[in-house]
Design a binder for this molecule. Structure first.
Ligand code: SF4
Length: 267
């Protein structure tokens, strides 16, 4: 996403500043870089993450189909492995649904070997291509209503909620918030969801919370909300991943975390 599209997603003053009681009120913060605590709202957290990590320019893919392939290949592996697999597919001229279906399954598996679980993923990729072409390709799918498209994606063998939502948000620009292990880890440590929150309840919490906060911040009607939420969800998910990799890791690096001032889970 370009920086221009992000400009209207800054909320430093519009968010109602009624800070939650900071757990640091009686305990001086070990953090000196970020002296002012952010209110513990989804938009204020977004704004702090954006200020610290900057725009992430997701999804890293040149075409919607490349985004879809990346969403399938990234299951249970690091993105760097997916990049190598996609580069190999490009090198073979095979980043194309017809070409992937025309190739032998073992050949597809070899092309995507670096992404791990390559036999399973080759099968999933070919299932997806079969479905994709059978539905009429991108233009036909792009005409479908979001809920129907989500249901159809979930009917494809090997496409779960996270993969479907990656595809909906980043390939079709639909307003769905992608939930992953990083999202659950960050918001549970921030005290905003349970550590074992289910996918759909957490997605609903985030989407409803952001809609409510945006409406209050902007006095926004439905039109403004629709304009804001796709770029907001796009950037927010990417920022969560960036923050989870740099600070809120399995062993959290709370001393340098920009959210420590409002995080009950800090160590
Ligand atoms: S303070 Fe620690 S636990 Fe809380 S968000 Fe930051 S890194 Fe994660």
């Amino acid at each position: 996403m370009s920086d221009g599209r992000l400009k209207h997603l800054r909320f430093p003053v519009e968010v109602p500043l009624t800070p939650h009681p900071s757990p640091l009120t009686h305990h001086p913060s070990p953090i000196t870089h970020y002296p002012s605590p952010v209110p513990r709202t989804f938009l204020a957290i977004f704004d702090r993450l954006l200020a610290v990590h900057g725009p992430q320019h997701w999804w890293p893919g040149e075409t919607p189909f490349e985004v879809m392939v990346g969403a399938i290949l990234t299951q249970n592996t690091a993105w760097s492995n997916v990049e190598r697999a996609i580069a190999r597919l490009k090198g073979q001229g095979a980043l194309d649904p017809e070409r992937l279906l025309a190739a032998a399954p073992a050949t597809v598996a070899d092309w995507i070997r670096s992404a791990g679980y390559f036999n399973v993923k080759a099968r999933r990729l070919r299932n997806f291509c079969h479905w994709y072409l059978g539905q009429g390709g991108y233009d036909a799918l792009a005409r479908r209503e979001t809920g129907a498209l989500r249901r159809d994606l979930l009917s494809v063998n090997g496409v779960g909620p996270e993969t479907a939502d990656d595809i909906l948000l980043y390939a079709f620009e639909r307003p769905v918030f992608v939930i992953d292990a990083y999202t659950r880890r960050l918001f549970s440590r921030l005290g905003l969801c349970a550590p074992d929150a289910g996918y759909e309840p957490l997605r609903a919490t985030l989407e409803r919370g952001l809609a409510h906060e945006l409406a209050r911040a902007r006095g926004a009607g439905r039109k403004a909300w629709k304009r804001d939420c796709v770029p907001l969800y796009n950037e927010y998910h990417a920022l969560i991943v960036a923050h989870a990799k740099r600070s809120c890791r399995t062993r959290p690096q709370c001393r340098d975390c920009c959210l420590a001032g409002v995080c009950p889970g800090r160590r």
